[in-house]
Design a protein around this ligand. Structure first.
Ligand code: SAH
Ligand code: SF4
Length: 348
């Protein structure tokens, strides 16, 4: 059995043509799965019965089993899903109250089971790499949550390095944003990467309006190599060039994510080096992230968050700190690890 969500609209059209079916079946399927949120082919009554049966024998629409939900329904919830091969992934739903009593729901999705980058502060990195998620598995995180809640934004900040699974992430974005289906605007999607340079260029050229966040964590090469060993093949200056290319080509602002760790990357010289680096980039914003300690690392959260923030601000850099009430939650979004890892879900 195959996941029908792995097929783009064009692929689905080709499939139906090969089956001697009219092309518009692809429209019917997209509408059923991504707008009407149908879970089984037998519910798609616009299709002839024989076709419904044929599709049911070949494909499935939903494949997740929910294992658990953690957190407060009005704020942030973590969902643990079991995939067909029994692997586990996490998805985080972040609810924010905006002005005028409206809600803004952001979904933090996983792109891999585990991650190969081995960042020293990250629970997913500790798991090591297990496998890539398929496009269908990335999409299903959204569909599952949207059975209950409408989502306005998607961030690829869950488990895994999205640009190390570029083709499936790209496909998932194409399907989610397809106007004949869910039609989520690409500007509402943020891809957060630890900095896979060649894929930043590819993303810029192929998925233009998607937003980019880059986890830098240090402007010094040596420190970054220490913190993010899987990325040491990349030079920071080359990374900056890729980021510049993205901002110039898309006109979008890039977000630099910077985790503040006590006595490691939170000093004045660290802030100065960061300023020097970012001077060359026109549209840039820094998001300082409160470090949430993980049991396997010997790091502590920095106490100099405000100080660091002040230095960047005075240098004219647009900076925010993720440490208010919602911060444990947002940070938890980057701290995902399932039961397969030694760390458990105790971040909320
Ligand atoms: N692989 C991608 C996306 C997933 S991680 C990336 O690294 O950007 C998403 C974010 O969570 C990253 O910025 C990461 O640095 C952050 N994160 C990881 N571990 C964390 C921790 N212990 N405390 C706070 N944020 C953490
Ligand atoms: Fe992977 Fe991102 Fe965690 Fe680094 S921070 S190990 S790149 S998920």
């Amino acid at each position: 059995m195959k996941d029908i969500k792995n097929l783009t609209f064009e692929e689905l059209k080709t499939y139906f043509i090969l089956q001697d079916e009219p092309e518009y079946r692809a429209n019917e399927i997209f509408r059923a799965i991504y707008i009407n949120k149908v879970k089984e082919f037998k519910e798609i009554t616009t299709l002839p019965k024989s076709l419904r049966e044929k599709l049911s024998n070949e494909f499935y629409i939903r494949g997740f089993k929910k294992v658990s939900t953690l957190g407060d329904t009005n704020k942030t919830q973590k969902f643990l899903f079991e995939l067909k091969d029994k692997r586990l992934i996490e998805t985080v739903l972040i609810k924010e109250n905006t002005k005028k009593g409206k809600f803004r729901n952001t979904l933090c999705v996983s792109s891999q089971v585990g991650c190969a980058m081995g960042c020293k502060f990250c629970a997913t990195g500790k798991m090591g790499f297990i496998r890539n998620l398929s496009a269908g598995e990335i999409i299903e995180q959204l569909l599952y949550i949207e059975d209950a809640e409408k989502i306005q934004n998607i961030v690829f900040m869950g488990m895994g390095e999205p640009l190390a699974n570029y083709e499936n992430v790209k496909k998932a974005i194409e399907i989610i944003s397809d106007p004949r289906g869910r039609a989520l605007g690409r500007r509402k999607i943020v891809v957060s990467t630890s900095g896979i340079i060649d894929k930043i260029y590819k993303l810029t050229n192929e998925l233009k309006s998607v937003r980019l966040a880059v986890s830098l964590h240090s402007a010094f090469q040596e420190k970054r190599n220490f913190l993010m060993p899987g990325l040491k093949i990349y030079k920071i200056e080359d990374l900056m060039q890729a980021i510049s290319y993205y901002t110039q080509k898309t006109g979008n602002t890039v977000t630099i994510e910077y985790l503040l760790i006590k006595d490691l990357n939170d000093g004045e010289e660290d802030a100065k080096q960061l300023i020097k680096l970012l001077r060359k980039i026109k549209f840039v914003k820094v998001n300082l992230i409160h470090y949430n300690p993980v049991p396997f690392a010997d790091f502590e959260s920095s106490k100099k968050e405000k100080l660091f923030f002040g230095i960047l601000k005075r240098a004219g850099i647009n900076t925010t700190i993720r440490f208010s009430k919602g911060s444990e939650i947002s940070a938890a979004c980057g701290q995902l690890a399932t039961k397969e890892s030694p760390i458990n879900l105790n971040n909320l």
